[in-house]
Ligand binder design. Structure first.
Ligand SMILES: Cc1cc2nc3c(=O)[nH]c(=O)nc-3n(C[C@H](O)[C@H](O)[C@H](O)COP(=O)(O)OP(=O)(O)OC[C@H]3O[C@@H](n4cnc5c(N)ncnc54)[C@H](O)[C@@H]3O)c2cc1C
Length: 422
């Protein structure tokens, strides 16, 4: 079967691109999807609420992808801004709401509305879908791109857009198939590693804090040599395996990449947890001294609750107190100068040992992928391979939690669609 454009993968990027290609263009666009349904990750995203983009402006949003990612995505995020994404979904009948931490969700709180709107728009624009069709090869034959599926079907077109995703959440259909096709074409792949994934800790005391969340903290990832690798001010959640929540997950690709960067044996990091980043050590000390002079001589745990967005959970306070060697039921008036010092130091930097991540099954995205040097950042065209475009998570870009992965998928898809339409 022949088409004007083949899109491999019917996920966020593939559908967005197919819609943009087909809308009013008269192009025959064929989306070839491995699984029986499209947009599976959209359905699973944001705890099934789908954090569809960000309230940040294009430059601020792109900057969160690190210097290399920001340079690559800048043009895409200017061409399809986060606001454009919001307007597009609203025009497809999906009202959106802003949420804390610069997030944007469908007002219904239902990811299905986002997937259905994108799929409806794609089909409404005239793109055709071939489902349950795992692509096995992508090659160029006599100047035409040819893809072959597991059933033996072959599709040909002068242009092909690869949107097969990465390796995260492989049970949704993304098993890294695109890397092999790209390698066969002689293109470089930055070794994919799990990103936006919970961190694993070997420490029993960490596991004993399971279920405890802390909203206003800051985490710093420190490597085995004491070097600060990354920092993030986002909530964390202790789990029976280690630490999860956006704060921990946002820095996780550095742990995953340790082996890629030459580390042997188990990854050894510390997640330094500052429970009160908005307060300096001096301000914390002064707060304790001030509270000691107040009537009632409250317990330290209660005083801490008044300095945070909410009460400090008992078990979390106990972890700080034990680390600082402060009695857990101590009252502020009972804190000697040295104990106060020890407690403040611990509150500003509790070291959580980290020895890995929970891996691909729990990773929301992939870090690594097609090396960006091969791709034109204005068009997503692959240099030296006429008619080949790569978009979405298959590219070597990854950002933090907060609707940024979809923003990157949609923006790269938009660029490819615009470039192909001419
Ligand atoms: C649990 C979870 C929650 C998430 N929450 C959010 C969130 O709230 N906000 C956010 O911005 N991002 C979120 N993400 C990340 C986001 O889903 C991805 O970054 C985004 O879907 C990437 O889009 P993509 O189109 O490149 O890849 P995908 O959406 O993964 O789509 C790739 C498609 O290609 C298909 N495919 C793979 N191999 C083949 C093949 N051989 N032949 C044919 N088709 C193939 C796959 O089946 C899939 O349909 C979340 C991810 C997960 C796993």
């Amino acid at each position: 079967m022949t088409a004007d454009v083949l899109v491999v993968g019917g996920g966020a990027a593939g559908l967005w691109c197919a819609e943009g290609l087909a809308r009013g263009s008269g192009l025959r666009v064929l989306v070839v999807e491995k699984t029986p349904r499209t947009g599976t990750k959209i359905l699973a995203s944001g705890g099934t609420r789908c954090n569809v983009t960000t309230t940040l402006g294009p430059s601020e949003a792109a900057a969160l992808f690190g210097p290399k990612g920001a340079r690559f995505l800048r043009h895409g995020f200017q061409t399809l801004t986060p606001l454009d994404v919001r307007e597009r979904f609203e025009s497809w009948g999906v009202p959106l709401d802003e949420a804390p931490l610069q997030k944007v969700f469908p007002a219904s709180g239902n990811a299905r509305d986002v997937r259905d709107a994108l799929l409806g728009a794609t089909q409404g624009a005239g793109a055709e879908l071939v489902l349950d069709a795992p692509v096995e090869f992508v090659r160029r034959e006599n100047g035409t791109w040819v893809i072959g599926t597991a059933s033996g079907a072959r599709y040909a077109a002068p242009r092909v857009v690869l949107a097969a995703g990465g390796l995260s959440y492989p049970k949704t259909g993304t098993t890294g198939d695109g890397y092999a096709w790209l390698r066969e074409l002689g293109l470089g792949i930055v070794e994919p590693v799990p990103a936006l994934v919970p961190l694993r800790s070997p420490a029993e005391w960490v596991h004993s804090l399971t279920g405890i969340a802390w909203q206003g903290g800051e985490v710093t990832l420190v490597d085995g040599e004491g070097k600060k690798v990354a920092q993030r001010s986002r909530p964390i959640l202790f789990t029976h395996k280690g630490v999860s929540g956006p704060g921990a997950m946002d820095v996780s690709h550095h742990v995953s990449a340790a082996r890629r960067n030459g580390m042997t044996g188990p990854a050894r990091f510390r997640l330094r947890f500052d429970a009160f980043p908005a307060l300096s050590r001096e301000e914390l000390r002064a707060a304790f001294v001030g509270a000691a002079g107040s009537p009632g001589n409250p317990k330290v745990q209660r005083v801490l609750g008044t300095m945070a967005t909410g009460p400090m959970p008992r078990r979390l306070f106990d972890a700080f107190a034990e680390e600082a060697k402060v009695p857990t039921d101590v009252v502020v008036g009972g804190l000697s100068k040295s104990l106060r010092h020890a407690l403040v130091e611990t509150l500003k930097g509790l070291d959580v040992p980290i020895d890995g991540t929970l891996g691909w099954d729990q990773a929301e995205v992939t870090a690594g992928g097609l090396a960006l040097k091969h791709v034109n950042p204005r068009t997503m065209a692959v240099n030296g391979h006429d008619g080949l475009f790569v978009i979405g998570e298959l590219l070597d870009v990854n950002g933090p939690i907060g609707g940024l992965s979809f923003q990157a998928a949609f923006a790269t898809a938009e660029l490819a669609a615009l470039a192909i339409r001419g």
